[in-house]
Design a protein around this ligand. Structure first.
Ligand SMILES: Nc1ncnc2c1ncn2[C@@H]1O[C@H](COP(=O)(O)OP(=O)(O)OP(=O)(O)O)[C@@H](O)[C@H]1O
Length: 257
């Protein structure tokens, strides 16, 4: 599915970051990041390996503390937030991990029930079944409900991972390398699914990738992490309309120029 054209409401960012810095000893990874995620948009964060994309996601999800700067999620500043409040915010954010993070010893149904039962108390068996079936239908894998993760392909596991995240109805989706390790056709299917999720669930998403096809297909807006800062931002064509030697090889490699 093509990405939705989004009319961006620039007043009410769901995630807002200013002057974010993070180092590990002498390794200055994030050197002053500003970022806004607006309601309903797919924002792609592009960057080479090791540029700090995962560190950024971990800071947004409260798993790492910034050294400096402001990080607001749903209007709440994370720096001094209590763990209980952070947990409440985390439920409103869905993480789609690179490795899909499925439990290998549980069926697909049990994998999907697990986050639901843990985070939403008092649901009836009927409500649980219907939530599981709805998300599986949304990712096109209702038929896999009784299968084990080991019986699924990489692309199917990725879909189940996304379903597992969607079951809590997140307002924000954080996709970490959604097409990593997938063949080009399966990658395109996952990109389409990301666009379907955006439209069906009205999520605002950050998509972390170095796959330019993914960026082009899913991103309403793209920003590029270069030397610890976001230096290029705009549509796909705007970001790559440059002679910057840090950016050009990226494009040339992906599109074999
Ligand atoms: N907990 C940590 N302790 C020390 N260094 C870390 C830690 N987490 C990340 N780093 C360092 O921060 C830098 C950025 O790592 P990060 O995982 O964010 O990269 P990335 O852009 O997500 O790369 P990739 O695309 O390969 O996943 C790396 O140099 C990494 O070694």
């Amino acid at each position: 599915m093509d990405r939705a054209e989004t009319i961006i409401d620039h007043k009410n960012a769901v995630i807002s970051i200013r002057g974010l810095k993070k180092s590990f000893e002498k390794n200055e990874v994030l050197r002053g990041i500003d970022l806004d995620l607006y309601p309903g948009e797919n924002l792609v964060v592009l960057g080479r390996s090791g540029t700090g994309k995962s560190v950024l996601i971990k800071i947004i999800s409260g798993l790492l503390k910034p050294d400096a700067g402001e990080v607001k999620v749903f209007g709440k500043e994370l720096t001094h937030i209590r763990e209980k409040e952070m947990q409440e915010l985390r439920i409103r954010m869905g993480f789609s991990f690179q490795n899909s993070a499925l439990y290998d010893s549980m069926t697909v149904r049990k994998n999907l029930e697990f986050p639901l039962v843990r985070n939403k108390k008092g649901l009836s068996r009927k409500e649980i079944n219907s939530a599981v079936e709805d998300v599986l239908d949304a990712v096109g894998l209702l038929q896999a409900i009784n299968q084990m993760p080991s019986e699924l392909s990489g692309g199917q596991r990725k879909r189940i991972g996304i379903a597992r995240t969607l079951i809590l109805n997140p307002e924000v989706m954080l996709y970490d390398e959604p097409t990593a390790g997938l063949d080009p056709i399966t990658s395109i299917e996952i990109n389409s699914l990301i666009n379907e999720v955006q439209q069906k669930y009205k999520t605002s998403s950050i998509i972390i990738t170095h796959d330019l096809t993914c960026a082009k297909m899913t991103g309403n807006r793209i920003t590029m992490l270069l030397d610890g800062k976001f230096e290029r931002e705009g549509t796909f064509d705007e970001v790559f309309d440059t002679d910057d030697e840090r950016v050009k090889p990226f494009y040339d490699y992906n599109f074999i120029k």
